[in-house]
Design a protein. Structure first.
Lengths: 113, 115
């Protein structure tokens, strides 16, 4: 158990509405990530954070914003959801030390109608 | 940008047999790590095995082992004595090294273990 909680786990929304996904960690790790998973694409990095208020873009950041006002929470916001953002979203943390592997939350399935 | 290629979208194997999943990648880094993740139908992402690029010895974790060829940028996963619980999507993921440790994932290989 990596101590990562994603909420909500499932959400259905309509095109044009704002959506915020929350990732909460209990272990005080510096690095946090948001990925999206789509059939045929694997996991693609949206945004990541390397500290409070320190964030950077990944390869598919258009249409998404993030915020990290405290170590334990990393929020992903879709300002105006589109059908192309229907996906499964995974949050991950990187534990300090050797390896650099990521530990993932259970995923949030978002459907935009 | 780093690219990762998993050339086998789907594979199947009989229970108790051995199967190898392939992965090639492109990187300009000299020191990095490579990972294989497993995603069963539960959707949870599970780390299977880790390889450090500067180590020549191939990593092994129980029934899972890798064949890492740094010059060829190849990182294949071998599963021995396949079990029904190995049925899952498998992702290859090298990291970008440096200070930010971003993982780039391949598109995955769906492995089905048949009884």
């Amino acid at each position: 158990d990596a101590g990562i909680t994603q909420s909500p786990r499932h959400k259905v929304t309509e095109t044009g509405t704002p959506v915020t996904l929350r990732c909460h960690q209990t272990e005080n790790h510096r690095y946090m990530y948001w990925y999206r998973q789509d059939p045929g694409h694997g996991l693609r990095l949206i945004h990541y954070s390397y500290g409070v208020k320190d964030t950077d873009k990944g390869e598919v950041s258009d249409g998404y914003s993030v915020s990290r006002s405290k170590t334990e929470d990393f929020l992903l916001t879709l300002e105006s959801a589109t059908s192309s953002q229907t996906s499964v979203y995974f949050c991950a943390i990187r534990r300090s030390g050797v390896g650099g592997e990521l530990f993932f939350g259970e995923g949030s399935r978002l459907t935009v109608l | 940008a780093q690219t990762v290629t998993q050339s086998q979208p789907e594979m199947s194997v009989q229970e108790a047999e051995t199967v190898t999943l392939s992965c090639t990648y492109d990187t300009s880094e000299s020191n990095y790590y490579l990972f294989w993740y497993k995603q069963p139908p539960s959707r949870q992402m599970i780390l299977v095995i880790r390889q450090e690029a500067y180590k020549q010895q191939n990593a092994t974790e129980n029934r899972f082992s890798v064949n890492f060829q740094k010059a060829a940028k190849s990182f294949s996963l071998k599963i021995s004595d396949s079990q029904l619980g190995d049925t899952a999507m498998y992702f290859c993921a090298p990291n970008s090294g440096g200070s930010n440790y971003k993982l780039t994932f391949g598109k995955g290989t769906l492995l089905t273990v048949n009884p």
